[in-house]
Design a protein around this ligand. Structure first.
Ligand SMILES: [Zn+2]
Length: 326
């Protein structure tokens, strides 16, 4: 897979530009921001890591979780996600044109992974948190029968799209879904965790919505992943106000322990780290440092592929996947 297939460079850059402008409008009053401790281990021993779009990121000295601090209050995020020009642009100009490519490259393999994991189990209640266009549940429905598929999606627009696909919809934030109304065998959440205002509360709510032995699978960004570490403040993944939390394969375990989940698997099956770094270098002149410039110039296709495999196999990709059990 190549970055360009699922994310058009120019459109993505335009989106980042719009986001930076939105920050000036939606997050203007910095006096409303408040300091937090490490969202993984609770430590107060923090080092300032970088600044971007008027936001500061701190890194925890104990567990290396990278996070936006101080944090704007929740209502600022709600207004931003409901009304900002960059959010509209993301849905209409960024996501929609690559939706079908993403279905093939991302959502189908995801559905296959989950289906394999659930092999032999039938008639399950499966909820996808932040279901968006419903692509994952749609793909899962194609390869499994008899499940109750629920899209948990706060945006009214996207919730309608999911309904149009015949999915059952809870048009709300996970945090407001009533456990007396819904109990799931499986919950999934893809690329949402890094956006969360309060990750610990989110995990507790997910825990309460699962039946005993229920499974929760989520993917997120690892701050100790290759492209983020190499590019750091120039990484397009490190962008406020969207990405607030970068846990890592080690610190996420600390948080999961607190919330009562049993860890089944923490892995980094990412495929794009090298491509992101090399693409930034060859198309935008963003230097990855002398050694990786050399790899880009002289490395063979196989050398680059084995570098990516090494990154993924050793927990060092920025794309992290977590499987936990209640
Ligand atoms: Zn920490």
């Amino acid at each position: 897979m190549k970055e360009e297939e699922i994310r058009k460079r120019e459109v993505f850059n335009k989106y980042l530009e719009l986001s930076a402008k939105d920050v000036e409008v939606f997050f203007k009053d910095k006096s409303r921001f408040s300091r937090i401790d490490c969202p993984a281990c609770g430590s107060r021993e923090l080092d300032k890591a970088l600044e971007k779009n008027g936001f500061s990121y701190y890194s925890c000295r104990k567990c290396d979780t990278l996070f936006v601090n101080p944090r704007p209050p929740l209502d600022m995020f709600e207004a931003f996600y409901a009304n900002s020009p960059s959010t509209t642009f993301w849905v209409k100009e960024f996501f929609t044109p690559v939706a079908e490519a993403r279905r093939e490259k991302i959502f189908k393999p995801r559905a296959e992974f989950i289906s394999k994991m659930l092999d032999g189990k039938r008639n399950l209640a499966i909820g996808d948190i932040g279901a968006g266009f419903g692509l994952f549940l749609e793909e899962l429905g194609k390869i499994r029968d008899g499940d109750k598929l629920v899209a948990i999606e706060p945006s009214a627009e996207m919730a309608d799209i999911c309904r149009g696909k015949g999915l059952q919809v809870a048009n709300k934030l996970l945090e407001t879904v009533d456990p007396r109304e819904y109990q799931f065998d499986v919950l999934t959440s893809f690329e949402l965790f890094e956006h969360l205002y309060n990750p610990e509360e989110f995990l507790s709510r997910a825990f309460n919505l699962l039946k005993p032995s229920g499974i929760f699978v989520f993917t997120t960004l690892s701050g100790l992943g290759f492209d983020i570490q190499v590019l750091w403040e120039r990484s397009k993944s490190v962008t406020p106000p969207h990405h607030l939390n970068f846990f890592n394969p080690w610190s996420i375990r600390t948080l999961l322990k607190k919330t009562g989940f049993q860890v089944v698997e923490v892995s980094t099956p990412g495929a794009l780290d090298w491509d992101i770094v090399e693409g930034g270098f060859t198309h935008e002149g963003v230097s990855p440092g002398r050694f990786f410039e050399t790899v880009s110039k002289y490395g063979t296709h196989d050398a680059k592929a084995s570098l990516q495999s090494w990154i993924s196999d050793n927990g060092l990709s920025s794309h992290m996947r977590v499987v936990v059990k209640k």
